[in-house]
Write a protein that binds this ligand. Structure first.
Ligand SMILES: C[C@@H](N)C(=O)N[C@H](C)C(=O)O
Ligand SMILES: [Zn+2]
Length: 234
């Protein structure tokens, strides 16, 4: 269990609502649907009402400094089934990289792959006390586009399994291009944090508001003013 999953949840009952996609840029077709993930009746482009409002605020703050730029939504809501699909898909990718069929792997080799998967992905838990962040409708993965509609390079792909995914990977670089990646990551972080979100400590693209991870991060920074999560699995 991750530390953040010990945070209690007091579900506030806010509905999951569609993201007004016309206000943002969107990765289309949806990256996980393209891989075969089945959302059933649900859409990945939904969030809790309060989270959509905060996302609109982040877009507004971005436009104050950078008119015409947009937040580009990669992924938002996921059922636990989709979380399971992506965890299994990522295991398959890492297995292929090893170049060995699964039955030839030792239990230790297998465990090493699972550890890598769970470095990046939350466990597809059906326990209401430990929901995957995206299954609460409170988490979003996103990047930036500029006023020409060009997706900006933030120095790595979303969902990349590599040290480059760490938000501060380029923080100390002397390379001009890499310093630009870092400034863009800082810009994305600034507008999202000022709108109320928290950023995942290991993923430059993942932000959430009101879920267990958000509360845990808040409490790390404000030990005298602790909060609990208001969004559970929906
Ligand atoms: C891997 C990335 N898309 C992501 O969302 N990671 C977090 C931790 C998650 O699975 O909730
Ligand atoms: Zn995410």
């Amino acid at each position: 269990m991750n530390s953040y999953q010990q945070i209690p949840i007091e579900e506030c009952g806010e509905p999951l609502v569609p993201i007004p996609l016309e206000k943002f840029a969107v990765e289309l077709p949806h990256p996980y649907e393209r891989l075969g993930a089945n959302y059933g009746e649900r859409s990945p482009y939904c969030l809790r009402q309060g989270v959509v409002t905060a996302l609109e605020k982040a877009q507004f703050l971005l436009n104050k400094s950078y008119p015409g730029w947009k937040l580009k939504i990669f992924d938002a809501y996921r059922t636990v089934g989709v979380q399971q699909f992506m965890v299994d898909y990522t295991y398959g990718i890492l297995l292929k990289r090893q170049g060995l069929p699964e039955h030839k792997l030792s239990p230790q080799q297998r465990q090493k792959i699972w550890d890598q998967v769970y470095q990046l992905w939350a466990a597809p838990s059906l326990d209401p006390l430990t929901p995957p962040p995206h299954s609460t409708g409170a988490a979003i993965d996103l990047t930036l586009i500029d006023d020409r509609g060009i997706t900006l390079d933030l120095g790595g792909q979303i969902d990349e399994i590599s040290p480059r995914s760490h938000p501060d990977y380029y923080a100390k670089s002397q390379d001009i291009k890499e310093q630009q990646f870092h400034r863009r990551r800082q810009l994305l972080e600034r507008v999202m944090l000022n709108a109320g979100f928290s950023r995942h400590p290991r993923e430059w693209w993942h932000f959430s508001l009101g879920d267990q991870m958000w509360a845990w991060l808040h409490n790390q920074n404000n030990p005298n003013n602790s909060v609990i999560a208001r969004y559970g699995r929906i």
